[in-house]
Design a binder for this molecule. Sequence first.
Ligand code: HEC
Ligand code: HEC
Length: 148
Amino acid sequence: MKIKIALIAVLALAAGWLQADSLPDESLGLSKTSVYEDPVPPEFAYSDLPPKKSGVLPRFWEEAPPQIPHKVDKLIPITVKLNKCLECHDTPDDIGDKVKGEPTPMPESHYVKEGKDMTMSSRRHFCTLCHVPQAGVTNLVGNTFKGD
Ligand code: HEC
Ligand code: HEC
């Protein structure tokens, strides 16, 4: 009996200690609101600049997939049968020849060579797996990362 009472006392103490140490809802994770709230994110818009006018965006490091600087609303989704990006960017004869206002040719890494032929690698078909459009939004959480 004594052991039981002692055990209950210890458990009660532990429960009290846990309660005192519990975190307020607003301090869980990086979110600045309670986990029970469902905040509506601010509205944002992707670039509506057409490709010829968009220019290019800064690259964060040398091998980073460049971000899409122009509007893509009529170009996505990319499907197995339809990839409109290729209409402009699939120019293997011009690889490395970047002209302002003209589509940047997809690099050699996006092709497989068969003899003299360059066929686009099927692994690169879904461009938006790696290349994404950007919108001017304020960071939810600050970041000190600086690109090369
Ligand atoms: C009508 C032609 C056209 C289509 C279609 C098109 N693009 Fe572009 N894209 C351009 C042009 C032009 C530029 C470059 C603008 C410049 O350099 O001034 C560009 C730039 C880019 C860049 C930046 C390249 C760099 O040098 O930084 C990426 C990435 C890109 N496009 C991806 C895509 C993807 C993915 C799609 C399909 C969703 C697509 N583009 C469809 C014309 C096109
Ligand atoms: C698996 C990821 C991946 C996919 C899928 C992919 N790319 Fe890329 N892309 C990259 C990376 C990484 C680079 C930069 C390094 C390099 O040149 O290989 C790049 C570079 C580019 C460049 C810049 C070339 C230059 O000379 O500066 C263009 C344009 C481009 N990709 C277009 C496309 C298009 C269009 C598609 C779809 C048909 C596509 N990419 C699919 C990862 C990808």
